[in-house]
Each structure stands twice: as structure tokens, then as C-alpha cells.
Design a protein around this ligand. Sequence first.
Ligand SMILES: *[C@@H]1O[C@H](CO)[C@@H](O)[C@H](O)[C@H]1NC(C)=O
Ligand SMILES: *[C@@H]1O[C@H](CO)[C@@H](O)[C@H](O)[C@H]1NC(C)=O
Ligand SMILES: *[C@@H]1O[C@H](CO)[C@@H](O)[C@H](O)[C@H]1NC(C)=O
Ligand SMILES: *[C@@H]1O[C@H](CO)[C@@H](O)[C@H](O)[C@H]1NC(C)=O
Ligand SMILES: CC(=O)N[C@H]1CO[C@H](CO)[C@@H](O)[C@@H]1O
Length: 844
Amino acid sequence: MKAVGGNSMKWRAYFVIDLLLIELLLCVKASDGELSGHLSHSGNGPVLRNSHIFSSHSCIHDEIIHQRRRPGRKEYSVSPQNYKQHDSSRFSYAKGRTLLGVPPKVNTMKSIRIYLNYDAVGHSQDRDCRSVGDIVKLGEPPMSSALRIRLPVCDPHTDPPLFADCWYNCTLEDISEEDKKRRLHKALGQTADWFKKTLSVEPVKGNLRLSGYSACGQDGGVQLPHEYVEDGVANADLVLLVTTRPTTGNTLAWAVACERDQWGRAIAGHVNVAPRHLTEEAETLLSATLIHEVMHVLGFDSHAFAHFRDERKRRRVQVTARSMDEKLGRMVTRVVLPRVIMHSRHHYGAYSENFAGLELEDGGGRGTSGSHWEKRLLMNEIMTGSVDTRSVVSKMTLALLEDSGWYHVNYSMADNLDWGQNQGTEFVTSPCDHWKGAYHCNTTQLSGCTYNREAEGYCPIVSYSGDLPQWARYFPQANKGGQSSLADYCAYLVAYSDGSCTDVNSARAPDRMLGEIRGSISRCMTSSLVRSGFVRGSLTQGNGCYEHKCRNNYLEVAVDGVWKVCPYDGGPVQFSGFNGQLMCPAYHELCGTSPVQSHGYCSGSCNFNGDCIEGKCSCFLGFRGDDCSKRTCPGNCNGHGTCHHDGYCDCKSGFTGIDCSTAVCDEQCSLHGGVCDNGICEFRCSDYAGYTCQNSSKLLSNLSICQDVLVEDTVGQHCAPSEGSVLQQLEVAVVIPNYNRLMPGGRTLLNILDNGFCASAAKRLACWISIQRCDQDGDNRLRVCHSACRSYNAACGAGLDCSDQTLFSDEEEGEGQCTGYGDVKPWWVHRIKSIYSRNALSER
Ligand SMILES: *[C@@H]1O[C@H](CO)[C@@H](O)[C@H](O)[C@H]1NC(C)=O
Ligand SMILES: *[C@@H]1O[C@H](CO)[C@@H](O)[C@H](O)[C@H]1NC(C)=O
Ligand SMILES: *[C@@H]1O[C@H](CO)[C@@H](O)[C@H](O)[C@H]1NC(C)=O
Ligand SMILES: *[C@@H]1O[C@H](CO)[C@@H](O)[C@H](O)[C@H]1NC(C)=O
Ligand SMILES: CC(=O)N[C@H]1CO[C@H](CO)[C@@H](O)[C@@H]1O
């Protein structure tokens, strides 16, 4: 690269901002297929006892992402980091290990260091509640001229929560006093510790560097402390900036990522926790909520998916797949990441090739798929759209983070998810009215045991005021369905509030007449038992809580302290002193510890190093053998590294990935807002939400400033906002500032007429930089032509660094391989040359 003068360094900084600005102009149309109006409950069928009510957290991440795509909102910026070279750490690793005869492992991953910054807590004049009656902003409500009337007013209790722009009237519980701050520190500290045990990353070498161009996060965000931008943050891989601003409804907290490194990993995020929920009672719920929210920052985020990396450290070709599902009768978005699929197969017992990915939540058919697992399939998993105290972290969620390519995960930190376990491929691919057992119910008249037999439950079927979407009509009446739109209105047995078999403090005492008992080993079973001489009352349900244990490969059940062995596949047993019988569940239902070896299961589970389809392992890159138990150097490290005999590649500097096939980028890459992919600094169209690659001639009618520039350039496609009005804003917010910077003396577009050739050269370049062409595949933005830069320099006597290949193509650019052109029509050449020589002369 040529020597870079101070002047052109300034250019660099300017273009960074411009490329970020492009992200500002994001736009999302109201989603199609939204349910008309709000559905509300009306009379439901007879419910014998109270339903089990848990307080829960409703996640508004998807709404935030939606908001951030509105024009004028920024999603994030990119700041490159230094990462340790493999050499140094491998050396120290090898020293201790070789003595034991264990080959050195190239494993540079270390536990993630999350740095929590509380500086912003309570410090925002217009967003933090500091005294009762303060009126603060939620979102970006309109500023009213009349000071006393601030509309719209937020409804703090809206449920479902509306994440709207409104004015919030502070109450005492919205103020984060000392007690609440203490709870906040404790809860977030525990969250950071949890992730430390769960995730490891390639550690940032030296201080974490942040760009801090603008506020980080949402709802006004947080301005990064000055010293973070100057000096960076020591001992950190991720900085979370914490605020305690109010929220509405039962949203306890929200969080978003705001800066990424050159590989796309989040390095800064904004976490907001509502003071109203920082209470002692909400402690457990808050822990689960914070894990959920920080997962969004770390990568469980529909926008982050575009940056996910494979084993080679290249961008993944596909993270999600959206398609019309004939069986479900609607559009479905599925995560198709390899480890997510692998762990899903083991969870559901779905080894058929018909299972192709794990569904994302579509918000009950709202049409926008987002950043949560489908509740119908994962129920109490922590990354579904609502979190409660029973939420668990499954291997599928950890697998998604691992498949991002940014983390190694500790699967022993996963909890056991029992919803859907071993239910087979049918469960994940069929509509829920085809589900079996407690997973499906169709009448409010009958109670039964819940899916995991831990409680007695009822079948909530709700009559809505409007018709349900076609695909959610499981009943003859179009307005009837289950109680949860997140769970696709499926009807399944839900525990009564006093129905738990395991809770000895349940409000309902066990029925001695039926021989029932509650406790940790009690489970719900179908029963017609009643003490001899008595009859079962008409209100008594056909089930009860009875003790169980697993012994000698048999299930045993007890009534009144008398134990009996059950038939292996389940069936009736009788007890003396009781009329009627107890229906034993099958052995595997309550005693299965090892995975059920259902149809298509691979013995050894492919060592979790490969996918198991119909009994055959297909190993992930870097593994081989029938059971994927052996490591291998893919492509023998492709000549860019050495293969250790244990099957790990040790890459030469300049290369990375499991097979050393991927080139690393010049650090400058992300200074331009680009992301590194295999040595190339990319500016993808799809990185900018709302942008598409479109036929250039289609764009013309909506362009005012750049129209006559692009009209010369209509062959092919340009990367631009897909909506006309946003396109016009792009011109205002990006093209004009670029133009002003390119014009010597900062002249404006208004006096373009008397600025002659320099002005039109500057305009052309500003347009080309802002609306780059796409390559043939229709996503990568082509660099601006080297010749275009040269002819601009010539016309304006400027010193723009044309050798900067992150922005300009190289000198031997081919026809159609870059945006714009430099060698202009003859009458131009002449004039530019004369101006150039004049300027060149005057500079000397
Ligand atoms: C805020 O709430 C308090 C108490 O409910 C009420 O007295 C006050 O008028 C409210 N302020 C505004 C501006 O609505
Ligand atoms: C992995 O998780 C287990 C507990 O589930 C924990 O004991 C262990 O320390 C974790 N490993 C790391 C490297 O943190
Ligand atoms: C209701 O479900 C039961 C089994 O769960 C089934 O036998 C019955 O046919 C269903 N009734 C209707 C009307 O779908
Ligand atoms: C782009 O639009 C022009 C005119 O509308 C048309 O002739 C051309 O075929 C289109 N090109 C592509 C690739 O769609
Ligand atoms: C890409 C785009 O927004 N095109 C719009 C330009 O303006 C015309 C009307 O003049 C619209 O029909 C296009 O959709």
C-alpha cells in the first residue's frame, strides 16, 4: 500500500461513518398476514380448578429489532480487535502436555469475559425515572410544543406489551434506589458468571477496542464512556452497558448488541432492566430473563445470523431457511445450522431426513420470524418468546451459539428440556392436533396428566372474538383454540395451579380416599382407584398422584406404601384394599435415562461430531470414522498449516479456520464498516437490513440526485434500500454528506451548477460509493472503480487514496467488475486533463 498521508486517513474515517449511515436507513414494512385486531378471551368452557399461573417475562427483542430498522436508526458498528496468534499460546500449551504424551491441541479459546458497566444507571435526564411523577421517554415519542401535554402516554400495564413510542409517568417503583441497584449488580454478576462457565471465545488481545461513534443500543442508548473509545477496555471480550429505564407490561428487561468485531461477534451491547421488576420476588425470574437477554446480545438475534461463521471461519451460506410448509399450511422459518439440527434430532428422536431444521417463532403467525425458538416445539426453553421460572437452557440453544463460529460451548451447562423429548419426527413436522398423549387435548371437559406427568392438568380451549388463521384451526369452530398464540394456539394439557404432584405444599391436599400422595417421586397417573367401600365422586378426575421408582429395569408404583411392579410397556395394576385400577405408564416414560433408541438412531450418537440421519453418521468437517470419533485435518491443512497427528491443523500466520483454508483480512477492513470473509473485506448488501440487490433501471425513478449518474450505469444491479422513500433518504443522509466531503472547500450540492467538472466528478463518486453495484450472485457490493477514483482526483485536484482496495478496485479492473467508470467521453478527457495539469501545477 502506498504511503498514506494524514489527509487520506481522514477520508477513511469519513467513509466509515458513511457506511454506518447506510445502516441508518433501514426500513421494514408492516408485516403481512397480521391478525386483524386483537383477539381476546371470551367465555371458555368449564374449568374445574384454577389454571397454573406463573409470572413471566415477555421478550420484546424482535420488536426492538423491528424498530431499529426504521429509517434513522442504527443497528451496530464494526470495530476490529486483535486476537492472539496461535503460535504463542500453542507453545505454552504444548509444554505441559507433551510430557504426558498428549499431543498439543490447538485450542486458543478461553472463558468469555463480560465486562459490566453501570455508569449510565440513573443518569439519563429524559429516560430514567428519578422522582415520582417524572415524565420520561420510552422509544422516540413525538415532542410536543405544549409542555404540559405529552402524548401518547404509556400504559405501564399493557399486556401483551406494546413497545411503542410514548411518554411514561414514573411511579415510586420505577426508581432504581439502592436496594434495586444491589439486586441488579448481583443478578448481572451471576449472569456473567454463568456465561463464563458456558462459553469460551478467542480472547481479545490487549484492550477491547470500541468505536463509540454514536450511542450504543436502543431507546436513546448509552454513550460509550470516553476512555473506552480512547484506551479500550482491559480484560474484556464483551462490554455490556447497563441502564435501568422503565418498560411496560411484563417485560423485565431487554438487550441488544451494538458493536461487532471483524468476524461479526458482538463486542458491546446495551442491557436495560426495569427497576419495577428488581424485587426480591422476581429474583429467579430475573436470572432466567437476563440469561435470555444476554443470549440475544451474544448471537441469538436474527440480524446476527448473517454474520455466523462455519468451521473454516467463512460466512455461513445458510443459517435459516424459509419455506412454505405444506403440512403446517403456512410459511415457516427454520434454523438449519448443523449442531442445532444434530441436538434437535437427539432431543426429539427425529432421525428422519424429513426433519430439516428447528423452527423459529413466527409470533403466532404474525409473519415476522425473529429471534426465538418456536414455543409450540420448545415450550419452556429459555429462548422462546416468553420466559418464566421454569425456563431451561437446552443444548439446542447452546448449539446455536456454537454454530455461530464465535464460541465453544460447555454442553454440561445445559438443562434437561423434557417437552417433546423422544416424540419423533412427526412431532416436529406435523401440526399439533396430530400430537399424541398429553401433548394434545380436544375437550375442556376432561382433565389428565401433563406431558411430563409432574402435574394434573386441564385442557384450556379459548373462544376468541375473531377467527384464528386458517392454519391454526384445529377445531370445527374457527375462533376456538389453545391459549397461547406463541404456541400456535395448540391445545395441550396445562397444569392446574394446585395440580402439582411433586409440590408437597400444594393448595390441594392429596386425596386419601384415592391413595394419593404428593412428593418429589410422585407422578400423575391415570387411575380409577378408590378405597373399598367408597365410590369415586363425580368431581374426581380419572387420575391421581402416586409414587414411583425405577428398579432392576422395571417401573414400580406405590399406593398406601405398597409397591408393585408395572408391566414394562405400561398397563393396569391393582391394589388390595382398593377398587378400580392404576394405569402404569410405560417404563421408558418415567425411567428412560439413556436416549430412547428410536427409529434411525445412530449408536454412539456419532460422538456428537456428526449428524445422524436414518442410522448413518455424516461427520462434521474435521471428523471421520463410522461414528465420527476420529479427528482429521481437512484437506491436509491446504498447504497453509501443519497437521498434528491428533488431527488438528496449526495454521501459518495469515490463515485461519479448521483447515487453514481461510485468509485473514487486513485490519483496515472493518474500519470501513466491512466484514472480513476469507481475506476479502466484504460489504454485503444483505448486511444492511432493508437493502436488496435490484435492477438498476428500476431504481432510477426514485432517485433525484443520483439519477443522471446511474442512468449511464443501468446495466446490472445496485445495492439499495428496497423502498422508494428510504432511497430518497439515503440520498439526503449519505450521498450529500459524501459529496460535501469530496468537494474541496465543502461546497454544497446547491451550487453544483457553477462548480463545473469537479462538482460532477464528486457527485458521481458520492453516488457510486453510496449505491454500489452488486456482483452476479447479487449480494456482494462491488468496489468502486479505481479509474473512477483517479478521474475524481484529476477533476478536483484531490488526493484520495485510490489504492485503498477496501473501497476501490485494483488498477486492472475488468469491465463490469466495479461500480462506476473513470475514462469518460472524449470531451471530458480533454477538460479533465487540462484541469488536472492546472491543479497539479498549482500544487507544486
Ligand atoms: C402521573 O401520575 C400521577 C399519579 O397517578 C398523577 O397525579 C399525575 O397527574 C400524572 N402526571 C401526568 C403528567 O399525567
Ligand atoms: C462446564 O460446566 C460444568 C458444570 O456444568 C462446570 O463445572 C465446569 O467448570 C464448566 N467448564 C468450564 C471450562 O467452565
Ligand atoms: C379427541 O381426542 C381423542 C384422543 O385424544 C380422540 O380419540 C377423539 O377422537 C378426539 N375427538 C375429536 C372430536 O377430535
Ligand atoms: C432490468 O430492467 C430492464 C428494463 O426494465 C430490463 O430490460 C432488463 O431485462 C432487467 N434486467 C434484469 C436482470 O432483470
Ligand atoms: C425501488 C422502489 O422503491 N421503486 C419505486 C419507485 O417509484 C415507483 C413510482 O414512481 C414505484 O412504483 C416503485 O416501487
